[in-house]
Ligand binder design. Structure first.
Ligand SMILES: Nc1ncnc2c1ncn2[C@@H]1O[C@H](COP(=O)(O)OP(=O)(O)OP(=O)(O)O)[C@@H](O)[C@H]1O
Length: 314
């Protein structure tokens, strides 16, 4: 490794957490997790509300101190080197906190000043980021009337003012419609291509599958599993899932013998199988007539159900 890299704090693991813990009084929100985030990857924390994702993100972004374990971000300790770390981070909070008194462009320009950039540099950077966020035609508009997707893109653009190596996004697409989500995902792909390391919390399994190279499944402050989306699905699920819906209140048949595993949910049965159509044919032969049937590919939702016995979004 050259001296240059040593001097600017070059590390391969941008986050290293060992037995990382966060207590609020006697309540343990994060219960001793081990996490490594590698340079250049998109890393996810997937879990339901209350799993401890935001608490973890707040420790990584140096907003909230750990109460136990070790944490290194960009090779530094948030407890003693918060300002140095924050200078190289971008943080996109769960809720947009844009300045509604300012225009779209001014929101970007002002932010640069916080990082000590010259006025000229702030102006140039704002134009570059307006283009990135696909908001150039709205540059002089007020923020308030923008759509939810535009506000999110502006918040992300603002977090990039200091050219961060590591961008933390807390539930980036919650509340957005499908088109706005896809547009935002496309921007995040572009950032990843440009070499920015992404850490994303989400309770959307499709978001985790689309965006993340690796992820941890979190539940109740612990890590239930980690790996790439496809490795997790291979390990914890079958290739396909046959979903059978029955009349509300109807007794559900025992179909254990037709699948590798059966999950009974309030409104449906999930049959885990390598060949959903074949399993459906056998179920029909057995005289079972659901009101609706669907064969689909296994997803991270199935992994979560397998690991915790619950669905991600109840
Ligand atoms: N400041 C706090 N004081 C007390 N308890 C807290 C505090 N912040 C979070 N918690 C609790 O810690 C647990 C984990 O919360 P956290 O926000 O980290 O979960 P999450 O996975 O990010 O969920 P969400 O998607 O709702 O943000 C929850 O039970 C929450 O109520």
């Amino acid at each position: 490794m050259s001296d240059l890299f040593v001097n600017v704090g070059w590390v391969d693991n941008l986050v290293e957490a060992k037995a990382l813990t966060k207590h609020f009084g006697s309540f343990e929100a994060v219960r001793g997790i081990d996490v490594d985030v590698r340079r250049g990857e998109a890393f996810g924390f997937l879990g339901p509300n209350g799993a401890g994702k935001s608490s973890t993100m707040r420790m990584i972004s140096c907003v909230s101190g750990r109460t136990g374990g070790d944490l290194k971000v960009l090779g530094m300790d948030p407890a003693t080197q918060g300002p140095q770390i924050r200078a190289r981070l971008g943080v996109v909070p769960q809720l947009d906190n844009l300045d509604t008194e300012l225009t779209v462009r001014q929101n970007l320009q002002i932010y640069g000043r916080y990082f000590g950039m010259s006025r000229q540099r702030c102006r140039e950077k704002a134009e570059e980021l307006l283009e990135f966020a696909q908001l150039s035609d709205r540059a002089d508009h007020e923020v308030e009337p923008l759509s939810g997707g535009m506000k999110r893109r502006l918040t992300i653009a603002r977090s990039l003012v200091n050219d961060p190596e590591l961008l933390l996004l807390d539930e980036p697409t919650t509340g957005l419609d499908p088109q706005a989500r896809h547009l935002l995902w496309d921007r995040l792909f572009r950032l990843k291509q440009d070499g920015v390391t992404l850490i994303i919390t989400t309770h959307y399994m499709d978001e985790a599958e689309q965006l993340c190279d690796r992820l941890v499944v979190m539940d109740g402050g612990r890590i239930a599993a980690e790996g790439s989306p496809s490795a997790l699905i291979d390990k914890y699920s079958t290739r396909e899932v046959l979903e059978l819906r029955f009349q509300p209140g109807a007794e559900k048949p025992d179909l254990e013998r037709f699948a590798e595993r059966v999950e009974v949910l309030p409104d449906r049965l999930l049959l885990y199988t390598q060949d959903g159509e074949h399993t459906l044919a056998k179920v029909h032969e057995h005289g079972v007539q659901p009101v609706q049937s669907l064969v689909r590919r296994s997803s991270l939702e199935d992994v979560f159900l397998r690991l915790t016995g619950r669905t991600l979004v109840d």
